[in-house]
Design a protein around this ligand. Structure first.
Ligand code: PLP
Length: 445
């Protein structure tokens, strides 16, 4: 689940071994951990205690099917391991360092105690399907049938995989907007499809409509959007959504929309693609509990789509996980029925956190790009004189004690993201302040 940090497959293992002999261990390890873009890139185990080199010398060659050969351990896993190794403050991976609400945790405990512990119905317990349908109606104005149009999945991750595997054929194309969340590409590849990336560029990361138009072909099965957008915090405007909708209707393509940050629309109102005229019929809306309820480890997600598209999603879901955790579904149903005040407070808290980080990053000397939603912000690191985002992040971890995510991993063409780095503010205020202090103290222009 990582963007293409170079490769370590059965066929390339030989190269890795050759490299082992040619390079002194310390420089090799360094190369594995922090690649030059055009040179050696790290391999999956680079951040663990057993290096691939050691592993390779005592284990059989690592094996992976060709369709996944180009992917390695996710950058998020790598960076989180490094945070531990260097005692760095982790503003990399998007998981809160605070807990989810008591009423949701209590609901899970109650469900477990009440014996709601056996397999759930494959597409979701009726109570949760209804809660999702109710929330969808409230958010989009569209009434959906919880039994026929809602599928509960293991996180939005599985909703994305089931959508790709259930609705996309080998040879199809899926258009994505880069930078993009890392699992879009491997899930499309697992379905035998190809992705075409349209680059969104700073400062506003707006959609280049003419480029998008020319990316459509007879093979375009779907456009995948993510609003609010990870990593930039961009929210697709009504005009952009209208333009994408018209092109999808014209070309008879679907929209896969990942809206896991819909409740973290901090500066503007969130617009769901499904709510645009004529779009519900061709849209799969994917979401999950994790971000909104600070329970990223629960992995309860869902896909909402008209029955003819839900069929494909459910077919894939049946053979991926079949059903997801029963007690957590009971608790998720409780969570989704939270009063509006819960969401208002959530936004208030995140706005305060965002102000600490954004103001701090500006004072440190970064160019900070506007983020309207999510808990991420993207900055230009070039004032500090590093060649690439990877080098900058390496320095930041080792010498400053802060973890950020190099943005090139979110692009098909890493060059596009070389100047950019993503920080998250889903951490308590003290942690954010400490990270800013470290950067002020130790980062020199
Ligand atoms: C844009 C986006 N989509 C999906 C996910 C995964 O969601 P889940 O944890 O519910 O699988 C993430 C998590 O970081 C994300 O940022």
């Amino acid at each position: 689940m990582e963007m293409p940090f170079l490769t370590f497959s059965t066929s390339s293992l030989k190269n890795t071994l050759t490299l082992t002999l040619a390079a002194p261990p310390s420089s090799l390890l360094r190369a594995l951990q922090f690649p030059q873009r055009k040179g050696i890139r790290p391999v999956s185990a680079a951040m663990s205690t057993v290096t691939p080199v050691e592993e390779a010398s005592k284990s059989p060659p690592l094996q992976v099917a060709k369709r996944l050969e180009k992917f390695q351990t996710t950058i998020f896993t790598q960076m989180s391991s490094l945070a531990l190794k260097y005692g760095a403050i982790n503003l990399g991976q998007g998981f809160p360092n605070f807990d989810g609400p008591e009423f949701v945790k209590e609901a899970a405990i109650k469900a477990i105690r009440e014996g709601k512990n056996q397999y759930a119905r494959g597409y979701g317990i009726p109570n949760l399907n209804s809660a999702i349908a109710d929330r969808f109606k409230k958010d989009t104005g569209i009434s959906v049938n919880p039994e026929k149009e809602v599928t509960v999945t293991s996180g939005c991750t599985e909703a994305i995989a089931a959508t790709m595997l259930g609705l996309v054929n080998p040879g199809d194309e899926v258009i994505v907007f880069a930078p993009f969340y890392d699992i879009y590409e491997p899930t499309a590849l697992m379905a035998g499809a190809k992705i075409k990336a349209i680059n969104l560029r700073p400062p506003d990361f707006s959609v280049p409509i003419e480029e998008l138009k020319s990316a459509f072909s007879t093979q375009t099965r779907a456009v995948l959007i993510n609003t609010p957008h990870n990593p930039t915090g961009k929210m697709f405007t009504r005009e952009e959504l209208d333009a994408i909708a018209s092109l999808c209707i014209e070309n008879d393509s679907l929209v896969f929309t990942d809206e896991v940050y819909d409740k973290l629309a901090l500066e503007e109102d969130h617009i769901s693609m499904a709510s645009l005229p004529g779009m519900y019929e061709r849209t799969i809306t994917m979401n999950s509990l994790g971000k909104t309820f600070s329970l990223t480890g629960w992995k309860i997600g869902w896909a909402v789509a008209p029955p003819h598209l839900t069929w494909g999603v459910r077919q894939a879901h049946s053979f991926l996980t079949f059903a997801t955790s029963t007690p957590m579904q009971w608790a998720a149903a409780e969570a989704l029925r939270a009063p509006d005040s819960y969401y208002e407070e959530l936004k208030r808290d995140y706005k305060a956190k965002k102000a600490i980080l954004v103001n701090g990053l500006r004072e440190v000397g970064f160019t900070v790009y506007p983020s309207q939603g999510t808990f991420f912000v993207v900055v230009d690191h070039t004032p500090f004189g590093f060649e690439s985002d990877i080098e900058f992040c390496q320095h930041l971890i080792e010498h400053v004690g802060v973890v950020a995510i190099p943005a090139s991993v979110f692009y098909l063409d890493p060059e596009e993201g070389k100047k950019l780095v993503r920080f998250t503010f889903c951490k308590d205020e003290d942690t954010l302040r400490k990270a800013v202090e470290r950067m002020k103290e130790k980062l020199r222009r």
